[in-house]
Write a protein that binds this ligand. Structure first.
Ligand SMILES: Cc1cc2nc3c(=O)[nH]c(=O)nc-3n(C[C@H](O)[C@H](O)[C@H](O)COP(=O)(O)OP(=O)(O)OC[C@H]3O[C@@H](n4cnc5c(N)ncnc54)[C@H](O)[C@@H]3O)c2cc1C
Ligand code: SF4
Ligand code: SF4
Length: 463
């Protein structure tokens, strides 16, 4: 192992719970900003080599107690948020739906079904809601949570932003404003926010009227952006605007830099497949067991199902964790603002894979890092019982490859990574397309009797 590789995952220290030194050492920060709220001397800064946001210093117990890269008490947090409700491997579930906004333009511009914006417009027209706190565009690669108070502002919000961000502003806005707010957040961001609220400022609980969570498979370090810019001949330091979704179910990555815009197919462009390979994820994503956002009242994701693969515009998968969330969707459908079909809880797994929902890989990788003595977040939820742990040899091979690729990324050797995918990794790479085609297009699982497709009449309402 090279000296640089040994620095990437420092071994032999194990779990660090008294401050953020373990989080910094193992690059597990996801930028939620809870530590900065708990300890005002902490700032989040973009690390010059890792290209992820990290705390400026390890702080102490105050920050460690709220940090989701140190620990997350999923059973305890769910009990506080949904008292008495059954905690299943899918989290607390009231109902599951497929849904789409009836506003075609909003749907087309959105990441999936345009549901989040439809919900936000509805909430902002209610007299008992004072505002929405959601991620807004600032410029270039910078996006920050913003407080919106008028329904007309909702369509200025971006679609899904996949690169790593520092989001301390969400808690700052909650602290600075009295009232009742709707909060939009990715899962690990909500983990940090709830841990902060319950341990440091419980009165802020009453300011959060409801939470709309995004389902989240991964986010990427800024190396992903720099790599794709290099492949497409753009200057990453001159980026004016970036968007990842819109114009159909999958959408294109669009980057404008120094007046030139490129649009990159997220499904077939080879450069995109290299730059947005799993090794470019922020390291905590490999250990994430909460992709399906167990701490949000209502969760919105993509309906990546064989039965929706040919639709013209995106369809959302909704997990309503409360009766109120379910009632809101039915009310909006009654008002003609969206269409929806009830589906079974199984569709969460079918749309997102077992690995995402049950943490088959994440739980196994966590155990492996423990053996190596690498700091990693402590977290176990009810999906652990359903997880079929990934084989040890796969975990070892993944870790070896990840360490090597992170080393190459930090050395800026993106072209070498491209060459590597085109040679050494080519079989595996093509295998993923074959598997996608068999599962999503040929519907192999249905042909083999392993699953029942969503009935056609439930899908006819979508575009
Ligand atoms: C990092 C990331 C990874 C994702 N991975 C998956 C996945 O694996 N599977 C899946 O089914 N769905 C995933 N999603 C969710 C999906 O892309 C859509 O965001 C979701 O279906 C909502 O679509 P929409 O059309 O209703 O929302 P849109 O109308 O597109 O609105 C998106 C909303 O999310 C907010 N937002 C965007 N990016 C962020 C961010 N990084 N942090 C906090 N808030 C943000 C915006 O403010 C906006 O309000 C991911 C989203 C993100 C941000
Ligand atoms: S994960 Fe959140 S709380 Fe932990 S160090 Fe990063 S920003 Fe701070
Ligand atoms: S995959 Fe998990 S850790 Fe990674 S950004 Fe999404 S919620 Fe956070």
């Amino acid at each position: 192992m090279t000296e640089r590789a040994a620095e990437i995952f420092p071994t032999g220290t194990g779990w660090v719970g008294h401050d953020l030194s373990g989080v910094i050492g193992s690059s597990m920060c996801i930028g939620c900003g809870a530590c900065a709220a708990a300890d005002p001397t902490v700032e989040l800064r973009l690390h010059p080599d890792k290209l992820i946001y990290e705390p400026s210093h390890p702080s102490d117990e105050r920050a460690a107690a709220v940090c989701p890269a140190v620990q997350v008490d999923f059973p305890g947090l769910q009990e506080r948020l949904f008292p008495g409700a059954e905690q299943t491997p899918y989290g607390v579930v009231h109902s599951v739906m497929l849904a789409q906004s009836t506003d075609e333009e909003r749907n087309r511009k959105a990441s999936s079904g345009g549901l989040i914006k439809e919900l936000l417009v509805h909430h902002l027209s209610r007299p008992d809601i004072d505002g929405v706190i959601a991620l807004a565009e600032v410029g270039g690669l910078d996006f920050q949570p913003r407080l919106l108070t008028r329904p007309e502002e909702v369509d200025t919000l971006p679609g899904s932003i996949y690169h790593n961000l520092a989001q301390p502003r969400a808690i700052e806005l909650l602290r600075a404003n009295e009232g009742r707010f709707v909060l939009v957040a990715i899962p690990c961001q909500l983990e940090g926010i709830w841990q902060y609220v319950f341990t440091h400022e419980p009165h802020l609980r009453d300011r959060i009227a409801t939470t709309i969570g995004l389902l989240c498979g991964w986010q990427y370090s800024h190396h992903a952006i720099r790599a794709i810019c290099q492949f497409k001949g753009l200057d990453p330091d001159a980026i004016e605007q970036v968007s990842y979704r819109g114009d159909g179910p999958v959408g294109k990555l669009r980057i404008r830099a120094a007046g030139r815009e490129v649009a990159v197919s997220r499904r077939v462009d080879f450069g995109y497949q290299v730059a947005f390979d799993r090794s470019f994820n922020t390291p905590r994503c490999h250990l994430c067991v909460n992709h399906h956002n167990m701490l949000a009242d209502l969760v919105v994701g993509d309906a990546w199902l064989p039965s929706t693969v040919m639709t013209r515009t995106g369809i959302s998968l909704l997990i309503n964790r409360t009766a109120e969330a379910d009632a809101t969707i039915r009310r909006l459908a009654g008002d003609g603002r969206l269409v929806f079909s009830d589906v079974t809880v199984e569709e969460i797994k079918e749309s997102q894979t077992r690995r995402v929902v049950f943490g088959d890989f994440a739980y196994a990788y966590g155990e492996y890092l423990d053996e190596l003595g690498v700091h990693r977040p402590r977290m176990v939820a009810a999906n652990r019982q359903a997880a079929r742990l990934a084989p040890r040899r796969d975990v070892e091979a993944f870790h070896r490859e990840l360490t090597r690729k992170l080393e190459l990324q930090r050395a800026g050797r993106y072209r070498y990574l491209k060459w590597r995918k085109a040679t050494k990794e080519l079989r595996r790479f093509l295998g993923r397309y074959v598997s996608w085609f068999l599962v999503r297009v040929v519907k192999i699982k249905s042909l083999l009797g392993q699953r029942k497709e969503v009935p056609r009449e439930k899908l006819e309402i979508f575009r």
